[in-house]
Design a binder for this molecule. Structure first.
Ligand SMILES: *Cc1c(COP(=O)(O)O)cnc(C)c1O
Length: 523
């Protein structure tokens, strides 16, 4: 078993050798080593005693399962320990600052969790009669109102389950609107700095994607975009604030030009926390924008929870939004408008994106977050997010290359590059060095338009007291990379795992699951 290594200790060793030698168990004090579940479990162990199943006639129509599935079994305490040990090797927003740019890894207030766990929200079932879940429908409707209000838009589709899913929803609305106009426009324009999900979404929805270059100052090249507009262009997808951490000041000019050419404007609103309460995308001519509740409105993400990506829509696109949605009627009642009633109430809908109405737990958390902040508090969210990012940018621009530092203040994230590191040292070395300092690395090599990018998003929930040691750590690691410290090339040294060969891991993944020996037999 790989958890148990022979100790490397030998009688002739001195004290410092002992420090670096391995232990009998492979553990390092209370940091416990843990093997894969496939290595420690076996298929004959279960946590409960089950009676031998009776032999019954197959009802699988000839598809018989006469082999083991190879799923490892463990007893309950072994299972609990396995996952708890793994969780201790992980990093989480509840452990420390999580500076991943573009991801908005911020504190999730416990108040949200408390509200989401209330029985009336947590225990309802999506197939329950609607008259028994009026409160839950009201939450959806009320959150929808806030999202429309905060963005200055006309309508909102609540169902999409993440940002990328929201993009697809918005692009399908654009497609439906073009079809209703009887137009067959095939091209979506996407700036070079776009998040990878943007071109993927457009391509998935059947559009051809064309890139629009960025200016040397990190913003969309408006002249190039205008020059490409024409009767074949369905629309543009623009992130604002963009992935270089800059506000696209010309978005209104872009929207006007796109509309004049008959297209629609999709705005990637993943970075809305930088402008919430300050700027309304509806005023900038946006037709559709997803909002990542798991970023701006502080619902858990990463390993912590599902995403949720409602899409706000302009008046032009609202008629095409998906069903179901929670409608409010004059008598104060709420109803999910589904297929049966859509013909009358929402006839132009492009259809359905999800089985039910969306991520109820995230809606509850997001509404709790919005209402506990209030309109003035949300404004401060944006101000603090921008202040923190600029504090990081200005604190480190003497050490790390900040390509757009001269373009003025950044928005919610600070962008640096590997320019100026010693020969042979790269962004990756800085990221791995940060792990030894006890931080999750920043986003690396994104946006793609910037060589060796390091994107730091501190978020508004970090205090100066939390930012200062992070800035100190990044400065220290960056200086080691500039001076060519050879130890940095093999960092991390103190993490549960040393530096992995990421290329090999991606190209030749070792999957422990073995092919079953018996073929699946037909009856
Ligand atoms: C996070 C993000 C997305 C994708 O959102 P998911 O919820 O992860 O699908 C899209 N665009 C930008 C700019 C993002 O930061």
């Amino acid at each position: 078993m790989s958890t148990v290594n022979a100790s490397g200790w030998k009688p002739e060793m001195g004290e410092s050798d002992v420090m670096t030698s391995s232990t009998y168990t492979g553990n390092r004090a209370l940091m416990l080593e843990e093997a894969l579940i496939f290595e420690i479990g076996d298929t004959h162990t279960t946590g409960v005693d089950l009676e031998t199943a009776p032999v019954v006639k197959s009802r699988l129509g000839g598809l018989d399962r006469n082999r083991e599935m190879g799923i490892p079994g463990l007893s309950e305490p072994e299972t609990v320990r396995h996952y708890t040990r793994l969780s201790r090797q992980n990093y989480a927003i509840d452990l420390g600052l999580f500076p991943l740019g573009s991801c908005t890894m911020k504190h999730n207030p416990r108040l949200n969790e408390k509200v989401a766990r209330m029985k009336g929200f947590a225990d309802v079932h999506p197939l329950q009669p609607q008259e028994t879940v009026q409160g839950a429908l009201q939450v959806i409707n009320e959150l929808a109102f806030w999202l429309v209000h905060l963005t200055g838009m006309h309508g909102v589709a609540m169902a999409p389950k993440a940002g990328a899913h929201g993009e697809l929803c918005g692009i399908l609305c654009i497609k439906a609107a073009l079809e209703a106009r009887g137009e067959d426009r095939k091209v979506i324009l996407v700036p070079e700095s776009a998040h990878g999900t943007n071109p993927a979404t457009a391509a998935f929805a059947g559009f051809a994607v064309e890139n629009i270059p960025a200016t040397p100052k990190g913003r969309v090249d408006v002249a190039a975009l205008k020059a490409r507009l024409g009767p074949d262009v369905a629309g543009v997808m623009i992130t604002n604030p963009n992935t270089c951490g800059l506000f696209e000041r010309d978005l209104k000019i872009i929207s006007d030009a796109v509309h004049a050419a008959g297209g629609y404007v999709y705005c990637d609103g993943a970075n809305f926390n930088a402008i919430v309460g300050k700027v309304r995308p509806g005023d900038l001519g946006v037709d559709a924008m997803h909002i990542n509740l798991h970023k701006t409105f502080s619902t858990p993400h990463g390993g912590g929870g599902p995403g949720s990506g409602p899409v706000v829509l302009s008046e032009a696109l609202s008629p095409y939004g998906p069903i179901p949605y929670a409608a409010r009627y004059a008598d104060g009642s709420f109803k999910l408008v589904e297929e049966e009633s859509a013909g009358e109430e929402h006839p132009a809908t492009f259809g359905r994106m999800t089985a039910f109405h969306g991520q109820m737990g995230m809606f509850t958390r997001a509404l709790a977050y919005i209402m506990s902040h209030g309109a003035d508090g949300l404004k401060q969210v944006a101000e603090d997010a921008v202040l923190n990012a600029n504090y990081v940018l200005r604190s480190l621009e003497d050490t790390l290359d900040a390509p757009f530092g001269a373009s003025g203040p950044c928005m919610h994230e600070a962008l640096f590059t590997d320019d100026g590191l010693a020969e042979g040292f790269s962004t990756l070395d800085v990221a791995k060095g940060l792990i030894d300092e006890g931080y999750h690395p920043m986003t690396v090599y994104f946006p793609l338009v910037v060589h060796g990018a390091m994107l730091v998003e501190p978020t508004e929930t970090e205090s100066k007291a939390a930012l200062d040691p992070f800035i100190g750590a990044l400065r220290s690691v960056a200086n080691r990379a500039k001076q060519g410290d050879p130890a940095l090339k093999s960092a991390p040294h103190f993490a549960p795992r040393r530096r992995l060969d990421e290329t090999l891991a991606a190209r030749k993944p070792v999957l422990v699951w073995k092919e079953p020996e018996l073929p699946i037999a037909a009856e």
